[in-house]
Design a protein around this ligand. Structure first.
Ligand code: FES
Length: 283
């Protein structure tokens, strides 16, 4: 077979296929979209037209269903409402769980109330408990004096955090021009109450029985037996408390209000060291 014959056959086949495609497209152009009926179909429908009853709309169907439901409801006789009467607690009784719940809540409330009442009383009445910060009884005056003398010149009360020493009667005139009245009152009874806290930086100041002074080991401040500064870095003499004698003869120290110690240079008793110092001396 020659090339020319092949070409002729191919051209003829192409013409045939093109014709088939054109006819098919022309047929489809009769259809105007999905769901539309072709002209031929509409013709056939016209020819076989039959009078059918019109179908009910959706709204009509819904209305009919609602009417059917309302017709099926049973009417109830209207009665007056019955008033609610609370049940009798006695008749109901208390279950075990309720009992324990109420007991727990009651005990908690009682505990809190007791704690609050105790705190309130303690707040209003703090001085009545005694001890440091209030009035401290040390014992009979004569016994205190005896104890001072028998123990080498010093009596210590841990409860009052104080040293008690004797104040010489012949120094009283000088003391009255320097010390506060409450302090002088104690001195007139022959005693002075000195706060143990060093006025320098707060160390506890011990007595030195050999020198008969107070000598602070922290930085070397020294005070005579009635707490007047003799040496060291302390800014003043030892602070002190008011001391009084009760009607029964008891020595009472009021630790609620410390009195500032005397200024540097105060020396009402003229007491010098009576022996070796316990520390090497102030700096
Ligand atoms: S605390 Fe006593 S001398 Fe410093």
């Amino acid at each position: 077979m020659s090339a020319a014959v092949v070409i002729v056959i191919v051209v003829a086949a192409a013409v045939v296929l093109g014709a088939i495609g054109f006819i098919t497209a022309a047929k489809r152009s009769d259809v105007r979209g999905a769901g539309a009926l072709s002209r031929e179909t509409r013709h056939r429908d016209k020819d076989s037209a039959v009078d059918l009853p019109a179908a009910a709309t959706g709204r009509q169907v819904e209305r009919a269903a609602a009417e059917a439901r309302s017709a099926s409801l049973v009417k109830v006789d209207a009665r007056p409402p019955v008033l609610w009467v609370p049940p009798d607690p006695e008749a109901i009784g208390v279950s075990r769980r309720q009992f324990f719940n109420r007991a727990t809540i009651g005990l908690m409330g009682l505990s809190i109330t007791t704690f609050a009442a105790a705190s309130f009383v303690a707040f209003l009445w703090p001085v009545a408990k005694g001890g440091f910060g209030g009035k401290v009884g040390l014992g009979k005056h004569d016994e205190i004096v005896q104890s001072i003398r028998s123990s080498g010149g010093f009596f210590y009360s841990s409860e009052a955090r104080s040293w008690i020493t004797e104040y010489p009667a012949d120094a009283l005139p000088k003391a009255k021009g320097i010390y506060q009245t409450a302090i002088v009152t104690g001195m007139e009874s022959g005693l002075v109450a000195l706060y143990q806290k060093c006025p320098h930086l707060g160390c506890r100041v011990p007595e030195c029985k050999s020198s008969q002074w107070f000598e602070c080991p922290c930085h070397g401040s020294q005070y005579n037996r009635v707490g007047e500064k003799k040496a060291g870095p302390a800014p003043r003499g030892m602070d002190r408390f008011a001391l009084s004698i009760s009607a029964g003869g008891d020595v009472v120290v009021d630790t609620g209000t410390p009195f500032t110690g005397p200024a540097i240079g105060t020396n009402t008793t003229g007491q010098e060291a009576e022996g070796p110092h316990c520390i090497t001396g102030g700096h």
